[in-house]
Design a protein around this ligand. Structure first.
Ligand code: SF4
Length: 271
């Protein structure tokens, strides 16, 4: 078993089918260094647990994974979390699934994540890390050897525009993506399709061009912006800058899918 290192997570989603291959258990880490305008998990941003009036945090939770109902985020030990993950092992084995560490940004809790990844590896549980890629080279190199699959977000290729809509430069992100590719890690690129922000001809051309130089991208997922997170901004009293932005229509998404299908990998709408 693992040592007693603790981390902070805000959800464990069982039977997930959009966060990597097969049936997966997705663990949502708290904390993210980005502030994407379209983020549908604004409660993930701060790394420490947060109290909100009357929030219903049990929704989507395994009921055995108890937490204060007015608080987002729970401190949990790696041992406790592994017990939760191992409960679903049979489903992983039968479906070719595993565990996905998401967030927030799981690399923000890299020590905790590394312990979990090593434990999964020793138990033969497939692991995926869903990341913005915004992390240091040291952390990337510490974590990468124990990860089976990276779900890596590519949002905006123009650095100024990236900084405007996410709060950070994309230079480290792009460098880290190249690094993972050169390490031979399997990568699924996830592109949020946000009307008039990421969904511009210039940006999509630039993203496709960048991916075409990588060797280990096995799939591209186009993730349509949706307004599901809107209620959370009201509930958690956070500013929602997306105003009236609506989801792309099916025809537009299909056009984008065809545009990316020139790459030598699978391309699909959704995760
Ligand atoms: S990287 Fe993901 S979790 Fe972080 S702000 Fe952006 S969309 Fe939200």
């Amino acid at each position: 078993m693992t040592d007693s290192i603790h981390g902070i997570v805000f959800n464990i989603q069982r039977f997930a089918i959009h966060d990597g291959p097969g049936i997966r258990t997705t663990v949502f880490f708290k904390g993210c260094p980005l502030r994407c305008w379209w983020c549908h998990n604004p409660e993930s941003h701060k790394i420490l647990p947060e109290k909100f009036d009357g929030c219903n945090l049990r929704r989507g939770f395994d009921q055995s994974f108890t937490m204060n109902k007015d608080e987002v985020g729970k401190e949990i030990s790696a041992d406790e979390l592994m017990i939760e993950i191992v409960k679903d092992r049979l489903f992983f084995e039968e479906s070719g699934g595993g565990v996905t560490f998401s967030g927030g940004e799981p690399l923000m809790q890299s020590e905790f994540l590394t312990v979990l990844l090593k434990e999964c590896k020793s138990l033969g549980i497939h692991s995926a890390v869903d990341t913005s890629g915004f992390t240091s080279e040291d952390i990337l190199n510490q974590v990468a050897p124990n990860v089976d699959l990276f779900l890596f977000d590519l949002k905006l290729m123009n650095d100024d525009v990236h900084e405007k809509y996410t709060g950070v430069s994309n230079q480290i992100i792009l460098k880290n993506l190249i690094e993972l590719d050169q390490l031979g890690k399997r990568i699924i690129i996830r592109i949020p399709i946000v009307p008039e922000i990421t969904d511009t001809n210039e940006n999509l051309f630039a993203i496709r061009g960048f991916i075409s130089y990588l060797n280990n991208v096995i799939e591209v997922n186009l993730l349509p912006y949706h307004r599901a997170g809107e209620g959370k901004y009201q509930r958690y009293k956070k500013e929602n800058r997306m105003n009236d932005t609506v989801t792309s229509d099916k025809k537009n998404l299909e056009n984008i899918r065809q545009f990316f299908s020139e790459l030598k990998c699978k391309v699909k709408i959704g995760g």
